[in-house]
Design a protein around this ligand. Structure first.
Ligand SMILES: [Mg+2]
Length: 399
């Protein structure tokens, strides 16, 4: 006894095609178990799984002939496969693998598909979420576990330069979230301390220490103390000029605006300084900032910080405290950062994204983004380009 019919139709799309096929099937009244349709450049692919349980062979033959006749009239190719096995239940534990690149090389995609198959997974569905400024695809994968899939895909990402993320779908992926961002070399293209150092004439010595600290070669707190000491005597007015010099990362404004539009919370957590970051946060409408503070005496920097030092553990704590304050569970938090001092917050967040990160950070985060546009992070969160444009017309990767 036939239990299911799988109808696969392809060819040139035109208005009314799907309706004609469904009309051809209507007299049989077979329940539709699954249906997927996609049109790429005017070419239609339609797949439909119908339950024929309890029906006679005559019923199945009549439906099959009716669909063949309709598709013949429409000039479409059609295959119908009858299966005597009961329809297998959908795997409930689906994963979403997002693949992103500019361009997206077929070899990278084929390695991703190979890795999914090697882990016992099946790609049930592929959906394009963006064509510009990157090509971003969502692969809906069943039959494998997130823990099994992540390490292999991370290796492909670093080998091929394709950006990849693996997430569980459902409420943890949709719904309100807290997105916590690092500032230096993440939200902005600069390292603030180096911009201040330029006003003290010691940019090179500060930059050398920063580079080693961000690569994880130096303890951040000690390196901060060392670098801030070099800023002694810088007039406090220089900080306002530094704020003006800061260059936002392309896509930063769009990212923040879209997240706010969708009702997400955004926080900045930085090893830099409130004095420079607060005006940037205010301009972006970000109300939550955790950073270091520069001590000032007689209108000049003393070369010391005041208050608690926001270092690697401090950033992790800040993420947890903002989440608690906003009543958002940690699995609905996203952290974005590039440096070694971001590793704690990247690890604690539900999704840790290494953004154009140092190698040490790239290998330890859940996912890495290597395209230079911050708004591409939205694609990893499953927010398609159309929704971004609705929130922020014309601004995608603008600033
Ligand atoms: Mg940074």
């Amino acid at each position: 006894m036939t239990e299911t019919l799988l109808v696969t139709i392809s060819g040139e799309d035109r208005p009314g095609v799907t309706t004609r096929i469904l009309e051809a099937l209507a007299p049989s009244n077979f329940p539709v178990l699954d249906i997927e349709q996609v049109v790429i450049r005017g070419q239609l692919v339609l797949g439909m799984l119908l339950s024929t349980s309890g029906r006679t062979n005559t019923d199945c033959d009549a439906a099959t002939q009716s669909v063949y006749a309709a598709t013949r009239d429409l000039g479409l190719a059609c295959t119908i496969n009858a299966d005597t096995a009961e329809s297998s239940p959908q795997h409930s534990a689906r994963l979403i693998v997002t693949v992103m690149g500019n361009p997206l090389p077929p070899a990278g995609l084929s390695e991703v598909a190979g890795q999914i198959a090697a882990r016992g997974g099946n790609i049930d569905r592929i959906v394009r979420v963006a064509a510009y400024p990157v090509t971003a695809l969502e692969l809906h994968v069943s039959g494998t576990q997130i823990e099994d899939l992540r390490p292999g895909l991370a290796a492909i990402a670093s080998a091929t330069g394709v950006d990849l993320s693996v997430q569980k779908p459902g409420l943890a992926r949709r719904g309100s979230k807290l997105v916590v961002m690092d500032v230096d070399s993440t939200l902005i293209q600069d390292e603030v301390i180096e911009l201040i150092a330029a006003h003290a004439g010691c940019q090179d010595s500060v930059a050398a220490v920063t580079e080693r600290a961000m690569a994880g070669e130096l303890d951040f707190a000690a390196s901060l103390e060392e670098r801030v000491a070099l800023l002694e005597g810088v007039p406090v007015e220089a900080l306002a000029r530094v704020t003006e010099e800061v260059r936002l990362t392309p896509g930063a404004r769009t990212l923040v605006r879209t997240l706010h539009h969708l009702g997400f919370h955004v926080a900045l957590v930085s090893g830099g300084f409130h004095e420079v970051i607060d005006p940037i946060a205010a301009d972006l409408g970000v109300g939550h900032v955790r950073a270091n503070r520069l001590e000032v005496a007689d209108g000049r920097l003393t070369g010391r910080t005041t208050g608690p030092v926001i270092d690697r553990p401090g950033k992790g704590v800040a993420l947890e405290e903002f989440a608690a304050e906003l009543n958002i569970p940690l699995d609905r938090t996203v952290a974005i950062g590039d440096g070694a001092n971001d590793l704690d917050m990247l690890a604690r967040a539900g999704l840790g994204i290494a953004f154009n990160a140092k190698p040490l950070v790239r290998t330890q985060a859940d996912t890495a983004v290597n395209v230079p546009y911050l708004d591409c992070v939205l694609f990893l969160l499953g927010i398609p380009r159309e929704e971004i444009e609705a929130a922020d017309p014309g601004l995608l990767s603008g600033s």
